[in-house]
Design a protein around this ligand. Sequence first.
Ligand SMILES: Cc1cc2nc3c(=O)[nH]c(=O)nc-3n(C[C@H](O)[C@H](O)[C@H](O)COP(=O)(O)O)c2cc1C
Length: 407
Amino acid sequence: MREIADKVYWAGKVDDRKVPFHRLILEKGTSYNAYLIKDEKTALIDTVDMLYGKEFVDSLGSEMDLLALDYIIVNHTEPDHSGALGALARKAKNARIVCTAYAVYELMEMYKIDKERFLVVRTGDEISLGEKTLVFHETPFLHTEETMVTYLKEEKILFPCDIFSTHVADNDALSVSELEDADSILEDFKVYYKLIMDPHRRYVLPMIDVVKKLDIEMIAPSHGYILDQNVEKYIGIYEENALESKENVKALILFNTMSGNTKKMARMLENELLEHGFEVESTNTEKAELEEVLTKIQYADGVLFGTSTKYADIPGNLEAILKELKELEVEGKPAAAFGSYGWSGEAVEVVQDYLTGAGMKALRSSDVIKSTGMSNVEFPLRVRFNPENSTKEIKLAASVFADAIRF
Ligand SMILES: Cc1cc2nc3c(=O)[nH]c(=O)nc-3n(C[C@H](O)[C@H](O)[C@H](O)COP(=O)(O)O)c2cc1C
C-alpha cells in the first residue's frame, strides 16, 4: 500500500497484461485502483478486477484486521472494480457496503450478499470517518446507471471510479506528478474518454457541474494515474469534448395515423427534441405531397418515421415515401421507426427494414446496448394503443435519437 495523502492509501493492482476489455485489447494494460482510508473508522473505496480478487483480499488482510473494516464504498458495480467484493464481504463481516440504490440489486445478484449489508446513499449524503468525511454524488450513466463519485472533503480528493481514468499499467509511477512529462498521458486519457465516456456524453456536463462545485486538489480514479496536479486541465478536457456538438440541428418527424395514437407519439417526440434545442418539423404523410416530403428528408439531419399497423401493414402512403429512400442521399443519416400498434405491430418493423435497406443509420435497441450499455431504450419504438402511459420510454428514445443526430 502507498500513502497518497494523510491516512489515504492506494491499495490497487497493476495489470500489465494485454487486457481484453469492452471488445478491445488494452495494449498498455491497465490498473484497478482501490483506496483505503484509515481514520477512526476505516473505509475502502472500490476493489479490483475479479481475476485478482483473492490476491487483493489476502493482501488487504495482511495490512489490517478485515473485521475492523467499517465501509466498502462501491462507486460502480462493474466487476473490474467490484470483483473482490464477494470474498471481501464474507471476511470483512462488519463492513457496510455503501452504494447507490441502483447498485444494490446488481451487487446482491453478482456476489450473493444479503440486503442488510448495504447502506444506500444519495447525492449529498455524508459519512464521517472521524477526522475525515466522505461525501457522495450520483453520476448516472458514467458509464452505467448506478455510478456515483466519492469526495473526501478534508483532503480535497475526488474518487470518481471510471471517470477521469486512463488505461495504462505503470509499475513505477502512481500519479502524474511522478512522471517526467505529465502531458504524456493526455493521448491515452482522451482515448479513454472517447471509448468509455463519450457514448454517454449527455451525462458528462451535469457531472462536470457537480465536480466544479467541489474544491478538488486530487482526482484518484480507478484506472491509471492519480491526477495530483492541474486537475482543472483534466476536467476541462471532459467538458470541451462534451460540449462539441452540431449546431442548428433539424429533425423531421413523418407519421401516419388512423385514430391519433401515432400522432400523439409524434407530438411527444417533437416536444422532447424541442427541449434539446432542435428545430423540429412534424408532418402527417397523408396531408403532404411526395416530392415535398422527399426534399424535407434530404435537408433534415435526422428523420423519425412513425406508423401504426393496419392488417399487419403500413396504412396510407408512407410506404410510397419509404420506397423512394434508396434514390435519395440518405446513407448514414440517423433515422428511427416508431408507432402505435394493437397486438402485433408489424408495420414498425417493416419501416425499420426500409430504413436499413436505404443505408440510413436506423437506431436499433441492440446497437444502443452495444454502444452505451443502456438496455432500457426501445428501437424501433413501439407502443400499444394510447402512448400516454409510455411517456418515459418515448422521452428516453427521443433523447437517444437526439444524441445520434448531434454527435
Ligand atoms: C382496421 C384496423 C386494423 C388493425 N390491424 C392491426 C394489426 O394488424 N396489428 C396490430 O398490431 N394492430 C392493428 N390495429 C390496431 C392499431 O394499430 C392501433 O389501434 C393503433 O393504436 C392505431 O394507431 P393510430 O391511431 O396512430 O393509427 C388495427 C386497427 C384497425 C382500426
